[in-house]
Design a protein. Structure first.
Length: 366
């Protein structure tokens, strides 16, 4: 095992001079080899601990008070039978959904920001979340049998159709990250307008149900929401990590990546499908929780000291953001439980403004 300095590949030309010099260790255990970055590993460990602490804290909050020690025993399957039911059947599913949704949104945001080489590109900025939301809202307002079709299937279908539309409109002898972002912003507004029309057309109770879902909410989530999302992540997370090696060559530019033997358009399309799957299942489980996919990769990138958002750290950061925001939503105002999407919107909006100001000062803001 040897230690050598590594100069990371920047996401943009303007960040070339600011790219951090990370240190890494080369590990080779045939037939597997790779690089281990201590700062990134430590950051992931800290984020995992924070996620577990916030999850444990979350299961103590409710009408029936449960101490942290009692909650920890209940999580391990021991303790009072009544506490076991409250923690494992009523409160733990909500926390698990928050954890998994954060992972899905964080990793999808890292995918799109790295693939497009644009820190402002995220599923909720280029229309994928809005497309998923339009499909689910249509099902609620038009009276479709969501139990028969499945909210997850509807969300996946909406996000996939939106992604294909963006990809088709951005195609001109191939696609570029810049065109995907521009077309995606336009498509997102089309989907938002369609959703607003559907909500206005629906009855009072249908509109209430749709709006409650559209703002992003973990209230009332049970194991039926957590199980499909967990199954999707078991498949999508390994696929995403396998694609990450090819994704890094895209950061060098399409011409250089092609020269290195990468099938640029095929890799970009595969990354698009993986990102769509992550965000679609996450949105179907808890609604379009705002700004998590945008902010989590940027926070993770700075924690890890890399020149691009690291996938695993971005997923763990997303989980921490969602779980912490849910804690604030439940405790910030006594007697009132806010939707988690309201809190993430308040926390994420300053990060979006900061990214815009930073891009403008760097000369890439248009």
């Amino acid at each position: 095992m040897s230690e050598t300095p590594l100069s990371e590949t920047p996401l943009s030309k303007n960040s070339l001079s600011r790219a951090p010099i990370a240190r890494h260790f080369r590990l080779a255990v045939p037939p597997v080899s790779g690089m281990l970055r201590p700062r990134q590993v430590i950051g992931c460990g800290v984020l995992a601990v924070l996620a577990f602490l916030f999850l444990s804290w979350g299961v103590t909050i409710g009408d029936y008070p449960v101490g942290l020690a009692e909650a920890m025993r209940a999580l391990t399957g021991t303790g009072d039978p009544g506490t076991l039911v409250i923690v494992q059947e009523l409160r733990l599913p909500r926390a698990v959904v928050g954890l998994l949704v954060g992972i899905a949104f964080g990793m999808s945001g890292a995918l799109f920001q790295t693939m497009t080489r644009n820190p402002l590109a995220s599923p909720d900025m280029i229309g994928l979340v809005q497309g998923s939301g339009t499909a689910v809202t249509a099902a609620i307002v038009l009276g479709w049998d969501t139990a028969r079709f499945g909210v997850q299937a509807l969300g996946l279908t909406g996000a996939l159709l939106t992604a294909l539309l963006v990809y088709a409109l951005a195609w001109k002898r191939g696609t570029t990250g810049y065109r995907i972002v521009l077309v995606g912003i336009g498509v997102s507004w089309i989907c938002t307008s369609a959703t607003d029309y559907l909500v206005a057309r629906g009855g009072r109770f249908q509109a209430q149900a749709a709006l409650g879902w559209l703002v992003g909410n973990l209230n009332g989530r049970d194991w039926s929401a957590a199980t499909p999302l967990a199954a999707a992540l078991v498949v999508l997370v390994p696929v995403t990590l396998l694609l990450a090696r090819l994704m890094r060559t895209l950061q060098l530019g399409d011409d250089v990546a092609t020269g290195l033997g990468t099938r640029v358009q095929s890799v970009r399309f595969a990354l698009l499908i993986a990102g769509v799957g992550l965000v679609a299942f996450g949105t179907a489980a808890a609604g379009p929780i705002a700004f998590v996919a945008l902010a989590a990769p940027q926070i993770a990138q700075r924690l890890a000291g890399t020149a691009w958002p690291p996938l695993v750290a971005s997923g763990l950061t997303g989980a921490v953001v969602v779980l912490f925001s849910d804690l604030l939503a439940r405790t910030l105002i006594s007697g009132l439980e806010l939707p988690v999407g309201v809190v993430t919107g308040v926390l994420g909006a300053p990060i979006l403004l900061w990214l815009l100001v930073r891009a403008n000062r760097a000369g890439s803001g248009g």
